[in-house]
Design a protein around this ligand. Structure first.
Ligand code: UGA
Ligand code: MN
Length: 323
């Protein structure tokens, strides 16, 4: 009787083992997600350096396209970091603007967001927002002096300079890593292709900007691969007749021109870009992007002032909600 049981056991044993192995193999295979997983980042705000974003599939070198294959993220040390300096100030639409911007930036590989609040201190709203944004970032603040907060005067001068100072300080002791700086106002609209274009900036690159200067677009005029003039509706005599959203500068150029900043003195609105670019480059040197400046990849959109006419003077709701 005992030997019958033992022989049955040995007959069944291989089958049991096969079933166990099959079950194990099956559970190890990850199920394909139906929707892309949300991407929450472990990055601490303002601390640490530009670390590689953990993108599914990993970024493709020199391209912004999301890799649809299911490979492990690969470190891409060669990909130049894009530093986006964004001045921002408190207003009812601020969080909405920053949300749109973060949703764009999250899709760009190796981007470091330098968010500079026009405020005497970092606000809770922006701090909380950045902590959850899932982006390598640095959170700075500097208030615009009251005397400069007037219509007709240039905006965000101090904030952009604070971003430049942070970049220079961060890289002062090390050989410059490949990097590209871009001024990204919080209300504009950016295509992903734009980042692909600016990533290859050697010194200073330029491209068209949509919905600006009282026209459908403005653009640098290009002949034989060189900028020879400007298609613009406003002060075409400016040395660089271009909006803040229309150019990028390599980190190397920022570091080798340590005195180049945005100036209050003598600067009129609309001249900030030109005054800054004059300090670091010449028109002949400019690198035209976006198919010789024939494609609009960024729009100077402006958000309508919200109607808060029915907002009660004193808090009436039972809960306090951040908007
Ligand atoms: C145009 C240009 O596109 C800006 O780059 C330029 O700074 C600005 O003119 C100017 O007059 O200086 P515009 O749409 O008129 O842009 O300006 P805003 O979008 O209102 O401001 C530009 C950036 O500065 C935004 O990111 C905004 O959040 C920030 N800002 C604006 C401040 O940080 N503080 C302010 O008081 C106003
Ligand atoms: Mn704007």
């Amino acid at each position: 009787m005992k030997s019958v049981l033992v022989s049955r056991f040995f007959i069944l044993l291989p089958w049991i083992l096969i079933v166990i192995i099959m079950l194990d193999v099956d559970t190890r295979r990850p199920a394909a997600p139906l929707t892309p997983r949300p991407y929450f980042s472990p990055y601490a705000v303002g601390r640490g350096g530009p670390r590689l974003p953990l993108r599914r599939g990993g970024p493709v070198r020199g391209a912004e396209k999301r890799n649809e294959s299911r490979q492990q993220p690969q470190p891409q040390p060669q990909l130049p970091t894009i530093y986006a300096i964004t001045p921002t100030y408190s207003r009812p639409v601020q969080k909405a603007e920053l949300t749109r911007l973060a949703n764009t930036f999250r899709q760009v590989a190796q981007l470091h967001w330098i968010l500079v609040e026009d405020a005497a201190a970092r606000s809770e709203l922006v701090s909380r927002f950045l902590a959850r944004a899932g982006l390598p970032s640095t959170h700075l603040h500097v208030p615009t002096p009251r005397r400069y907060k007037r219509p007709g005067l240039p905006r965000a001068t101090e904030q952009r300079n604070a971003g430049l100072a942070w970049l220079r300080q961060r890289h002062q002791h090390q050989r410059a890593q490949p990097g590209v700086l871009f001024f990204a106002d919080d209300d504009n609209t950016y295509s992903l292709e734009l980042f692909q274009e600016m990533r290859t900036t050697r010194k200073v690159s330029v491209w068209p900007v949509g919905l600006v200067g009282g026209r459908r677009y403005e653009r640098p005029l290009v002949e034989n691969g060189k900028v020879v003039g400007w298609y613009t509706g406003w002060r075409a005599d400016r040395p660089f007749a271009i909006d803040m959203a229309g150019f990028a500068v390599s980190l190397q150029v920022i570091l080798s021109n340590p005195k180049a900043v945005f100036k209050r003195r003598g600067s009129q609105p609309g001249m900030q870009e030109s005054d800054f670019l004059k300090q670091i480059t010449t028109v002949e040197e400019l690198e035209p992007k976006a198919n010789n400046c024939t494609k609009v990849l960024v729009w100077h959109t402006r958000t309508e002032k919200v109607n808060l006419a029915n907002e009660p003077k004193y808090h009436l709701d039972t809960v306090k909600i951040e908007v």
